[in-house]
Design a protein around this ligand. Structure first.
Ligand SMILES: CC(C)(COP(=O)(O)OP(=O)(O)OC[C@H]1O[C@@H](n2cnc3c(N)ncnc32)[C@H](O)[C@@H]1OP(=O)(O)O)[C@@H](O)C(=O)NCCC(=O)NCCS
Length: 203
């Protein structure tokens, strides 16, 4: 009998998750990691949206990500991390897809982020999702004065972007079963690339 595929559930990140988050955070980001207080602040930041990936079988929090929704149409990814034991299993992709889907339903058109010039793993992930390098922020990281690449997507609401998104969703589906936050979106205009009328957007 083959092994059952791993099942991942997505939901909003909660204060009660922060013990598990704070176990992953220093491993993922070293000296430059966020404090527990930073996460607590982010969970009440009205611009912030944070999500957790949970192993449905063990209920362990295996990753998290989030963004600020700025000026309505830009979403700035502020964090993305996967537990070291769960890496290279497409959980990073699941979290990024979830960011993109939830941004799309909020009407955001562009995703932006900063990433260390040395962080090729994360850059590879973002490039797979159509992020492009807009430029460099010199000495952006205070711990070692490292430069950041500024990455951004083209308009994620346009039908052209769906080819990338659907391809990544298919790749993820081959290795992990995901309970998406809003499964109906897979049958809705959001995933088919029609612009969402303002009145139908969720907050
Ligand atoms: C970056 C990170 C989130 C990736 O998570 P993950 O679940 O391991 O990634 P996935 O399994 O979804 O991999 C998706 C793609 O990312 C890239 N990638 C991930 N790990 C990589 C590695 N060790 N080496 C090279 N590329 C890698 C690849 O392009 C990979 O696709 P592929 O397997 O088809 O080559 C994870 O390594 C992490 O938590 N790193 C520390 C925190 C961090 O750097 N966050 C990003 C801040 S901007």
């Amino acid at each position: 009998m083959g092994k059952r595929p791993r099942q991942i559930e997505l939901r909003q990140l909660e204060k009660s998750d922060l013990d598990e988050v704070m176990e992953i955070e220093p491993v993922a980001f070293g000296n430059h990691h966020w404090s527990r207080q930073s996460f607590e602040n982010e969970l009440t930041n009205r611009l912030g949206y944070y999500y957790a990936a949970i192993d449905s079988e063990t209920k362990q929090l295996v990753g998290y990500s989030g963004y600020w929704l700025i000026a309505g149409d830009e979403a700035h990814i502020t964090t993305l991390a996967v537990h070291p034991d769960y890496r290279r299993k497409r959980i990073g992709e699941v979290l990024l897809i979830n960011n993109i889907l939830t941004c799309r339903e909020k009407g955001a058109k562009w995703l932006t982020l900063e990433v260390r010039v040395s962080n090729e793993k994360a850059q590879n992930l973002y490039f797979k999702f159509g992020f492009k390098n807009l430029g460099i922020r010199r000495h952006y990281y205070q711990d070692n004065s490292e430069d950041a690449l500024m990455l951004w997507t083209e308009n994620i609401l346009r039908p052209e972007y769906l080819d990338i998104l659907n391809e990544r969703i298919e790749a993820v589906r081959r290795v992990v079963k995901v309970e998406w936050m809003a499964p109906e979106e897979f049958e809705s205009p959001y995933i088919r690339g029609e612009e969402i009328p303002a009145g139908e957007r969720r907050a």
